[in-house]
Design a protein around this ligand. Structure first.
Ligand code: ADA
Length: 733
C-alpha cells in the first residue's frame, strides 16, 4: 500500500557558499524580493538532505513529490540527476527508486536566474527562488496509480450533467499490473472500470450515474462528492487514491454575462497573488486560510488566481467555499521564441493537476502578452495552447487576459473562448470614465463576443490621504473613489461576464518604487501583511456582501486642514445616521455610499450608525497639512499644490502640464513628442488605432503620462523637457 510522508524537515540550504539549516517551505527572497528597487538574488541555490533508505518491500517504488520549486529544479540523488523541471508553480515528481542506497545524499538545485526559456521572465511581481511548497516522499507498490504524468494523481473525474441527474465518468492511469480497478462515490455506489493496456501502462474507464444530483452551486451551496479509486494486483489491494468533485454547468452569454447551473451569476471577482510580507511565497496553510477568509469577507464569488498555478491547498479551499476560479499559466508580458515548450508543459501540468477541481472554469493562455506586439510566433504559440486546452479538457473554456493596447480587432481577441481586458483608465492612463466608454464601445462593435474585465485598479498607501484625491496621488482616498466608480459602472453592464479587481492584496514587485514604500505593488484592497483593510475594501463589501456593516472612510486621515470636511460612509444598509461628538448630525438614505459635510473646529469624535451596526473615529482640525499624508512632491502632484502657480508653465507657450492633444496639435510639439516617445522604456509601443484610446491619451497631460508611463525622470530631466516646450508657442499664440 502507498505510504506518503512529509519530507520538509532537515534540509541544509546553501547560497553563494554560505549554508544554514532550514525547514521547508523556504525562499531565499523573503527579504530582498520585497524591498526593491529591482535587485534581488536571482541565481542557483542548493538544498541538501541526507536520509536512510525508507522501509520498503521488494518491487516497491519511491518517489519524491515537489509541490513547487521556483523556477527550475534539478534533483540529484547520490550524485546522479533523477529529475529536472522547468516551471516554478506546479507539482513534479522524481522516481528515485533505482538510485537509493542505505544512506542517501539528496541535493536539489533550485534556480531562479533570468533565462529565455522558462516563464515568467518579465512581469510585475517578484520571482521568489526556493523550494517554497511542501515536499513528500511516496512509497508505492510496483502497481500504482500513475505518478509520472505531469504531476497528476492518475485519477480523472468528469461529471456530465443530464437534467436532474449526472453521469460521472472516471478514468485512471496506472503503472504495473492491474487485475481490477474499482471506483466508489461516497453515498452513491461503486463501479468496476474496464481496463486496457498501452505502452506498459493500464488505462481504466467507467462511469456511475447519480440520480437527483446535488449540484455544486458556488457560494450558495458548494456541494462536493468524494470518490475513491482502488487498484488490485495479484488478487490484493495495491493502491488507493481519492479526490472530490462537484457537479455544475456554466455558460457565458455576450449580452447577459455568466450563468451557473442555468441561473445568472455575475462573477464578482478579485485577483490573488500568493505572497505576503516577510514570508514571500513560502506559505503555511493558515496563511492560505486567512486569504480565503478575507476574500469571503468582502463578498467576492470568484477569484483570478494570478499569474500562475497556486498551491493545491488553495484550489481545494476554492472548491469547498464555492469560489469560481480563473486559472492561468505565467505566459506573461513578453513572448519568448524559446519559451514555447515551457508554455506547453506548464499548461499540461496546470490542467492535469487541477482537472478535478469544481471551482475552476477556465484555463487562461496568457496575460498581457502583447506588450512588444503580435508576431506570428506568438500567434502560433497561442493557437497551440488553445488547441491543447480543448483537447485536454473539452468541458472547460480557454481564456486570455489582454493588454489594454491590444487592438480589439486583433485575431488574438477571438482566439480563446472567453476573454478579459486589463484596463487601467483612471490610473495609468485616461480618466475613470474612459472605462465605460471603452467597454460599451467594445460591446457595441463585438456584440457576439463575451467580454469581462480581468484587471483594473489603482495603487494606494494607507499612509497617504487627501481631501482632494486625484489620479496618481497614491492616496487611500483616490483608490476608494476609483473603485466606487468601477462598481457603479459594473452594476449597469450585465453583459460583463466577470470583473476582477487588481488586487485583493498588496504584493511584492521588486522593480517598483512608489508611495514611499519600494518593492511593492500597492493596488491591494488589503495591505501586504493582511492586517489593514483599506477604505476601498469596504466599498466592495457594501456592494457584494450580505453581512451588515457601516464603515467610516478616512479613519487614517486624522489631521484635516479644511474647515468643512467630507465624511463618507460605506454600508450595505439603506440608512445611515452620523453622530458628531455624541450629537446626532444627520441621517441619510441611499445605497453603498453616504456622504456628509461636517464643519470641524478641533478634535471630534465621529460615529456612523445603522441599526445595530456602528463605526467610529476621531478627526482633528489643524492649521498646516500633515506632511505624512502625501508622497514626495517630485513623484506626485499633491492636492495642496495650486496648479496655476506651477513655475513650469509659461503664458502662451507649451509646458509639461500641457495635454498630449495641445502639444501634438502644434508642428514643433508633435515632432518633439515623437522623439520623446521613442525613448520610452519597453519599446516603441504605439497608441493603437482606436479613437476612444486616442481621445483619452490626448486629454492626458504630458507630465502625468511621463510619470505613469514607465519613464524614470528626475526633476532636472523634467525641467529640461519643460524648457524645450516653453519655447514652443501654444496653438493660437
Ligand atoms: C499589469 C499586469 C499585472 C499588474 C498590473 C499593475 O496589468 O497584468 O501583473 O501588476 O499590471 O498593477 O500594473
Amino acid at each position: 500500500m502507498r505510504k506518503t510522508v512529509l519530507f520538509n524537515e532537515g534540509w541544509i540550504f546553501e547560497k553563494e557558499g554560505a549554508s544554514c539549516p532550514v525547514t521547508l517551505p523556504h525562499t531565499w527572497n523573503a527579504q530582498d524580493g520585497q524591498t526593491g528597487p529591482a535587485m534581488y538574488y536571482r541565481g542557483e541555490c542548493s538544498y541538501k538532505k541526507t536520509f536512510e533508505r525508507p522501509e520498503m518491500k521488494e518491487g516497491q517504488r519511491v518517489y519524491l513529490e515537489f509541490r513547487g520549486v521556483n523556477s527550475s529544479a534539478r534533483v540529484i540523488l547520490n550524485g546522479k540527476t533523477c529529475a529536472v523541471h522547468d516551471g516554478g508553480y506546479s507539482t513534479f515528481r522524481a522516481d528515485i527508486t533505482d538510485l537509493l542506497q542505505d544512506n542517501n545524499q539528496l541535493e536539489v538545485l533550485a534556480d531562479n536566474s533570468p533565462n529565455e526559456r522558462v516563464y515568467p521572465q518579465k512581469a510585475d511581481f517578484t520571482f521568489y527562488g526556493g523550494i517554497y511548497r511542501d515536499v513528500y516522499m511516496i512509497v508505492t507498490e510496483a502497481s500504482h496509480f500513475d505518478l509520472d504524468y505531469y504531476g497528476g494523481s492518475g485519477f480523472k473525474i468528469t461529471p456530465r450533467l443530464k437534467g436532474k441527474d449526472a453521469e460521472i465518468v472516471f478514468e485512471t492511469y496506472s503503472a504495473g499490473k492491474a487485475d481490477r480497478i474499482t471506483v466508489s462515490v461516497e453515498g452513491i455506489g461503486e463501479t468496476e472500470l474496464s481496463l486496457t493496456k498501452k505502452d506498459g501502462k493500464v488505462y481504466g474507464s467507467g462511469s456511475l450515474t447519480i440520480k437527483g444530483v446535488h449540484r455544486w452551486d458556488g457560494l450558495r451551496d458548494p456541494y462536493l462528492y468524494r470518490a475513491e479509486a482502488v487498484l488490485y494486483a495479484d488478487g490484493e489491494e495495491a493502491d488507493r487514491v481519492f479526490d472530490r468533485f462537484g457537479c455544475r454547468e456554466y455558460s457565458f452569454d455576450p449580452e447577459k454575462g455568466f450563468f451557473l447551473n442555468g441561473r445568472s451569476y455575475p462573477l464578482h471577482g478579485v485577483s490573488r497573488h500568493q505572497d505576503r510580507l516577510g514570508v514571500g511565497n513560502a506559505l503555511t496553510k493558515e496563511m492560505h486560510d486567512e486569504d480565503m477568509d478575507l476574500i469571503l469577507s468582502v463578498g467576492a464569488n470568484s477569484i483570478r488566481l494570478a499569474h500562475y498555478q497556486h498551491d493545491q491547498y488553495f484550489y481545494d479551499l476554492c472548491d469547498e467555499k464555492g469560489m469560481v476560479v480563473w486559472a492561468e499559466i505565467p505566459y506573461i508580458t513578453v513572448h519568448m521564441e524559446g519559451g514555447r515548450e515551457n508554455t506547453i508543459s506548464q499548461m499540461k501540468e496546470l490542467i492535469t493537476q487541477n482537472y478535478n477541481h469544481a471551482s475552476v472554469i477556465c484555463w487562461a493562455l496568457s496575460n498581457e502578452i502583447t506588450l512588444n506586439g503580435v508576431t506570428e510566433d506568438l500567434m502560433e504559440n497561442h493557437r497551440i495552447l488553445n488547441d491543447l486546452v480543448h483537447t485536454m479538457d473539452p468541458g472547460r473554456v480557454s481564456a486570455m487576459a489582454n493588454l489594454f493596447l491590444l487592438e480589439t480587432d486583433s485575431p488574438l481577441v477571438q482566439l480563446p473562448d472567453i476573454r478579459g481586458y486589463n484596463l487601467y483608465y483612471g490610473w495609468y492612463v485616461g480618466d475613470m470614465t474612459d472605462n465605460e466608454v471603452w467597454l460599451d464601445d467594445f460591446h457595441a462593435k463585438h456584440p457576439d463576443t463575451v467580454i469581462g474585465l480581468t484587471e483594473y485598479g489603482a495603487d494606494s498607501s494607507i499612509a497617504l490621504q487627501s481631501p482632494k484625491p486625484e489620479k496618481g496621488d497614491f492616496t487611500e482616498t483616490y483608490q476608494a473613489l476609483y473603485h466606487e466608480h468601477m462598481l457603479e459602472i459594473f452594476s449597469k453592464r450585465p453583459y460583463l461576464w466577470g470583473t476582477y479587481c487588481w488586487n485583493m492584496f498588496e504584493f511584492a514587485a521588486a522593480g517598483r518604487d512608489e508611495a514611499g514604500d519600494p518593492g511593492k505593488n500597492h493596488k491591494g484592497l488589503i495591505t501586504f501583511d493582511r492586517k489593514q483593510k483599506k477604505d476601498a475594501y469596504y466599498i466592495y463589501k457594501a456592494w457584494w456582501s450580505g453581512e451588515k456593516f457601516v464603515h467610516l472612510c478616512g479613519s487614517r486621515y486624522h489631521d484635516r486642514i479644511e474647515p468643512v470636511t467630507e465624511i463618507k460612509v460605506y454600508s450595505n444598509m439603506d440608512r445611515v445616521t452620523l453622530f458628531v461628538d455624541g450629537r446626532e448630525f444627520e441621517t441619510k438614505e441611499g445605497s453603498h455610499v453616504f456622504t456628509f459635510s461636517v464643519p470641524i473646529t478641533g478634535t471630534h469624535r465621529i460615529e456612523a450608525v445603522s441599526g445595530s451596526c456602528r463605526d467610529q473615529m476621531e478627526i482633528c482640525r489643524v492649521d498646516t497639512p500633515n506632511p505624512a499624508y502625501f508622497a514626495s512632491a517630485d513623484q506626485v502632484r499633491n492636492w495642496f499644490d495650486e496648479p496655476e502657480k506651477d513655475p513650469m508653465d509659461r503664458e502662451g507657450f507649451l509646458s509639461v502640464n500641457s495635454t498630449m492633444g495641445e502639444i501634438g496639435r502644434t508642428e514643433k510639439g508633435a515632432a518633439f513628442l515623437a522623439g520623446l516617445m521613442s525613448r520610452r522604456p519597453g519599446g516603441d509601443a504605439k497608441v493603437p488605432d482606436n479613437p476612444a484610446v486616442q481621445a483619452m491619451v490626448a486629454r492626458q497631460s504630458l507630465k502625468k503620462l511621463l510619470q505613469q508611463g514607465g519613464f524614470k525622470l528626475d526633476e532636472k530631466q523634467l525641467a529640461e523637457i519643460n524648457a524645450v516646450l516653453n519655447q514652443i508657442p501654444a496653438e493660437g499664440n
